[in-house]
Design a protein around this ligand. Structure first.
Ligand code: PBG
Length: 355
């Protein structure tokens, strides 16, 4: 949104008209005959650029991830995510009311429980931190906002893994599916409109769909974290949920080296009944977003994760990057790559700017 193009220099465009001595093409250019195709014309004014923009940021496409921590009465800042807090029950209600007022598409809830154990008991307890938060949020916003809940055990286990462990310490896929099935029903009963299966267990979408249907919750949708990579960009999130994880998740989350494999994961999730599929993280995986968008006909979401947020905030705090522009550009890139829905910690801010 700087001044008009005419006042900007144009490197590589040759010398001013008076000094033209070169080829026929250059002389023709000076006479106005070449180039006849001039894409710059559509970039001349802010109004023209706005008119021809292929991609827009609209609040309805954005989902705000929110953290609620059991047992606190005031919101607690997350040090590695400046501007993001762990909510108390009260501040969560205020945040989701604001999100609804801004016209956001939805919220995604994560809970930090007071007590953790090996199987993540609090994840399925009717009075667990996430269930309580869901009831509060639904009471606050009703159907005015799509209320999503993370369906994973990692916040609730004392070892920090996304599932239950086998005797040898590995994550037991099929035993975990039983926990996910129970968790899906608990979240649906607490009022979730959408459950986000983020654990990367094989068969999780099918197990969750069957459990929901079996409980008479056919209307609850599944957002499958279909292509979720084992990423260093989740670092600040693990602060936000005070993760107990030691080690990594490479035995269940995808290898960053693989793109084709994402299509296989996505196809399986769609076949198992996923209503939406997600790619995560977003910015380092825009090729995957684009390929997935081409491959399926369900809505595609992308998650602009904690590390993507923290990098921009940290660089901006040092004056090394233009914060507002970097945020907008990163969101446009994710949308341009093909994401229909974007989860972003900047969702409310972007909605405020759009409004
Ligand atoms: C797992 C989960 C994670 C994130 C969302 N859901 C972390 C992980 O897989 O370790 C990361 C989100 C972010 O980094 O913003 N329940």
């Amino acid at each position: 949104m700087t001044g008009s193009a005419a006042t900007q220099s144009a490197p590589g465009r040759g010398s001013p008209v008076g000094e033209v001595t070169g080829s026929a093409a250059t002389r023709a250019a000076a006479a106005g005959g070449f180039p006849s195709v001039r894409p710059r014309r559509l970039r001349t004014t802010p109004a023209l650029r706005r008119l021809v923009a292929e991609t827009r940021i609209h609040p309805a496409d954005l989902v705000l991830p929110v953290f609620v921590r059991e047992g606190i009465t005031e919101p607690a800042p997350v040090p590695s995510m400046p501007g993001v807090v762990q909510h108390s029950r009260d501040s969560l209600r205020r945040a989701v009311a604001e999100a609804a007022g801004l016209g956001l598409g939805g919220v995604m809830l994560f809970a930090v429980p007071e007590v953790r154990d090996a199987v993540g008991s609090a994840a399925t307890a009717p009075d667990g931190a996430l269930a309580v938060a869901l009831r509060d949020v639904v009471a606050e916003v009703g159907d005015g906002l799509v209320v999503m809940a993370d369906l994973c055990l990692d916040e609730f286990t004392d070892h920090g893994h996304c599932g239950v462990l086998a005797g040898d310490g590995t994550v037991d896929n099929d035993a975990t599916l039983l926990r996910y099935a129970d968790m899906a029903v608990a979240l649906a009963e607490a009022g979730a409109h959408v459950v986000g299966t983020s654990g990367m267990m094989d068969g999780q979408v099918g197990a969750v769909r069957a459990a929901l249907d079996g409980a008479g919750r056919q209307g609850v949708a599944v957002l499958a974290y279909a292509a979720k990579y084992a990423s260093a960009f989740y670092g600040p999130f693990r602060d936000a949920v005070e993760s107990c994880l030691v080690g990594d998740r490479r035995s269940y989350q995808q290898d960053p080296a693989n793109g084709r494999e994402a299509l296989r994961e996505v196809a399986l999730d769609v076949a198992e009944g996923a209503d939406l599929v997600m790619v995560k993280p977003a910015m380092a995986y825009l090729d995957v977003v684009a390929r997935v968008r081409d491959a399926v006909d369900v809505p595609v979401a992308a998650y602009q994760v904690s590390g993507e947020y923290a990098m921009v905030e940290a660089a901006a705090a040092r004056g090394w990057i233009d914060r507002e522009r970097a945020i907008e550009e990163s969101m446009l890139a994710i949308r341009r790559a093909g994401a229909d829905v974007v989860l972003s910690y900047w969702a409310a801010e972007l909605a405020r700017r759009a409004g």
